[in-house]
Design a protein around this ligand. Structure first.
Ligand code: FMN
Length: 182
């Protein structure tokens, strides 16, 4: 059977962002589970215009949609900005539709309260895009899982949470792949 493709989406784009460190760590844990291919999807690489200001023929939008189409499931690396997700991530979500539908996703979040408020906002948005979010949700503390708010040093316990989340994503991604084919 074909391997599943899981995209690990970095939700922040600011200079000095911490999301690449978190995404790399998540990818390394995932790669121990060989049922799928894992790829970091960096929103910043796509130069997406602010939704509605460009045309649908914009190179970045076409490339973003094409990449999403090739994915069976997602892991969102989510950081809390003003008690919600970043504008960049919301824009990236708004910039596609069918490409998201009937796929599974998990959320890894960080912030002062583990990014919980941002993650819960995101869950509602993903529901509207027909993305099924799994229950397991690793929450990383900006105070204890990062040194001086800069260097990612996660507590070991989080590895178990990522592994559990991944097993749920793979199960649902496989099921939803069959749904999309039917
Ligand atoms: C504009 C802005 C707003 C923020 N608001 C919150 C917040 O409401 N709650 C929180 O826990 N952290 C907040 N933070 C702290 C971020 O969670 C922290 O800086 C984190 O590293 C941001 O992710 P990034 O480094 O990937 O951009 C905020 C940071 C920024 C830049």
């Amino acid at each position: 059977m074909e391997k599943l493709n899981i995209g690990i989406i970095l939700g922040s784009t600011r200079q000095g962002r911490l999301s690449p460190q978190v995404g790399k760590w998540v990818k390394e844990i995932c790669q121990q589970h060989k049922d799928a291919n894992y790829e970091i999807l960096d929103i910043a690489d796509y130069n997406l215009p602010f939704f509605g200001t460009g045309t649908e023929k914009e190179e970045g939008i076409i490339a973003w949609k094409k990449k999403l189409s090739s994915m069976d499931g997602f892991i969102f690396i989510v950081q809390e900005y003003n008690h919600s997700l970043t504008g960049a991530l919301k824009n990236a979500l708004d910039s596609a539709y069918e490409e998201w539908n009937d796929k599974a996703a998990g959320i890894v979040s960080y912030g002062s309260t583990g990014g919980a408020r941002a993650a819960e906002h995101l869950r509602g948005i993903l529901g509207e895009l027909s993305i099924a979010t799994v229950r397991a949700h690793p929450t990383l503390s900006i105070f204890t899982d990062f040194t001086e708010f800069k260097v990612f040093k996660p507590a070991d316990i989080h590895i178990n949470y990522v592994t559990t989340m991944l097993s749920q994503i793979l199960l649902w991604s496989k099921a939803l792949k069959a749904v999309r084919k039917s």
